[in-house]
Design a protein around this ligand. Structure first.
Ligand code: NOJ
Length: 539
């Protein structure tokens, strides 16, 4: 293992695993996942080989938006346990060389946060300016800004008769990051977690944090369809100033990191994402959603990767994200109609994610091929799903409880009921059944993570494309300046493909869906089986 060499930087070279805590593992039989549940599954995570966990919010919250509405940044919500549980998690994770990344929601708080309650109480409250308040115009909102949840982004508060701004739900008022006291107060909350030993943060919608000073109207597209170009309420330059300040704060501590959720609609905006890396003085990593927004196509994946790498070059380091708690499970996206090939494609996707240059973020359950749950409107609690059903079913179908075993409720809980519907496929798709099977997706993830960790070219080498996806094949070198180079070939199609690589050297199979490990071969004229994914190392 090269983990201890000087070159190893955990957030660059390691593998990060996203957990949606309500759905990971329930330790106290109430049907909801919790921190103790995560602790009980740390050995599983350690055997998977991941280096860090990113937890979606676990702070005290009235849960209008699954914890993305924080009412107290210093407390753990009782749904998940206690602060002591969290401290135990830190200790137990660190024992296993696993770091903890928390979700930090900077853009907004809950409407029940004491800051907001004070702010709304009167026009001259000292915290009045901590949020964005404005008088209406003829009993209408101050401007035309639309919330991402639909409708006006302004809500009238009867206490003072003013409107407050909310990018998301009305229960999530936006903080005013132009106010210096806000910066100090929120940074104090961040310090609190850093002092406790948290290793990093995922920053929620960081690109929305600053709004136009004059609250100018956005160019209006369609209010009916809730579509608008968010020129004045998102992606403002000032957000970079905050990102730089955040980085300075992080750098007061050793070895910490921040990854920004730089939100953009499909097809993604890698330029915007890369801009949050600054000149190496903003965030350590940023999410680019382009890969997540792609359908199954080798060439379109390639185009995204090429663009992303070019934009990130010199500024920082790429992240590689194929799925998250906000987007449908990848296995369904990659094989919408072609259900028979689902697992084959999931394997190729796993090879892609874990052999590319950049920090992979794996969403829990992807390693066993969990699928979206079919939900009736009455079963949905996601406010977005409720609001836009049936046009959009919301994000909950991708947030179902982890499928551990084939027992009742997938071994997720011993309670009679789970907080949300289990996916009925848990009897077939679960950790327990995949563990003993050498050919399972789970064991493939383990093997991929292991070779990645042990191969400098894979965790830190340069990327050089050989086949750019035109015939359904993606092939590339990962080149390392002192260690052995690696060659990766991925056949995205259900037919045999032969590629000519123009390389007469001998290579050894490191890992493959179709070839035996250690087999020595040339790659000059390489015949790939349908959906073959193979990694070779130069000998
Ligand atoms: C992005 C988060 O990923 C999403 O789940 C949340 O609803 C919004 N930000 C608002 O905080």
């Amino acid at each position: 293992m090269n983990k201890n060499t000087n070159e190893w930087v955990w957030w660059k070279h390691g593998v990060i695993y996203e957990i949606f805590p309500k759905s990971f593992y329930d330790s106290n039989a109430d049907g909801t996942g919790d921190i103790q549940g995560i602790i009980l599954k740390l050995d599983y995570l350690s055997s998977l080989g991941i280096d860090a966990i990113w937890l979606t919010p676990i702070y005290e919250s009235p849960m209008f938006d699954f914890g993305y509405d924080v009412s107290n940044y210093r407390e753990i919500d009782p749904v998940f346990g206690t602060l002591n549980d969290f401290k135990t998690l830190l200790v137990e994770a660190n024992k296993r060389n696993i770091r903890i990344i928390m979700d930090m929601v900077l853009n907004h708080t809950s409407h029940l946060h004491s800051w907001f309650l004070e702010s709304k109480s009167s026009l001259d409250n000292p915290k009045r300016d901590w949020y964005i308040w404005k008088e209406g115009v003829k009993n209408k909102p101050p401007n035309n800004w639309l919330s991402s949840w639909g409708g006006s982004a302004w809500e009238k508060d009867e206490t003072t008769g003013y409107y407050y701004f909310h990018s998301c739900m009305k229960e999530q008022p936006d903080l005013n990051w132009r106010n210096k006291e806000v910066i100090e107060a929120v940074f104090d909350e961040v310090r609190y977690w850093l002092d406790l030993g948290v290793d990093g943060f995922r920053l929620d919608v960081i690109n929305w944090i600053i709004k136009d000073k004059h609250l100018r109207n956005n160019p209006s597209y369609s209010r009916l369809l809730n579509i608008q170009r968010h020129l004045f309420d998102r992606n403002r330059k000032g957000a970079h100033r905050i990102a730089r300040k955040f980085r300075l704060l992080l750098d007061e501590y050793e070895d910490r990191m921040a990854v920004g959720e730089v939100f953009s609609f499909p097809p993604g905006n890698p330029k915007l994402s890369a801009s949050y890396l600054g000149k190496g003085d903003e965030l350590n990593l940023a999410f680019d959603f382009s890969l997540m927004y792609r359908t199954w196509s080798a060439s379109s994946f390639y185009k995204c990767i090429k663009k992303w790498y070019k934009l990130v070059a010199d500024k920082g380091w790429p992240s590689i994200v194929l799925s998250s708690h906000d987007y449908p499970r990848s296995i369904g996206r990659y094989a919408v109609l072609n259900k028979t090939d689902r697992f084959k494609r999931a394997k190729v996707a796993a090879f892609l994610q874990l052999t590319l240059k950049g920090t992979p973020f794996i969403y829990y359950g992807e390693e066993i091929g969990m699928t979206n749950v079919f939900m009736k409107p009455s079963e949905i609690s996601d406010p977005l799903g409720k609001k836009f059903w049936p046009i959009y079913k919301g994000r909950q179908p991708a947030r179902a409880p982890m499928q551990w075993t084939s027992e009742k409720n997938g071994g997720f809980t011993s309670a009679a009921d789970t907080w949300m519907k289990m996916n009925a496929d848990y009897k077939k798709i679960n950790v327990e059944s995949q563990l003993p099977n050498d050919k399972s997706l789970l064991n493939l993830y383990k093997d991929l993570i292991e070779i990645r960790k042990n191969t400098p070219a894979l965790y830190s080498g340069e990327f050089e494309a050989v086949k750019k996806g035109k015939s359904g094949v993606l092939a590339y070198y990962r080149l390392h300046y002192y260690s052995d180079n690696v060659f990766v070939a991925l056949n995205f199609t259900s037919t045999i493909k032969t590629i000519s690589v123009k390389n007469t050297d001998n290579w050894k199979v490191l890992l493959s869906t179709h070839r035996n490990k250690e087999e020595i071969t040339t790659i000059n004229e390489l015949k790939l089986a349908p959906y073959e994914a193979s990694v070779f190392i130069k000998i």
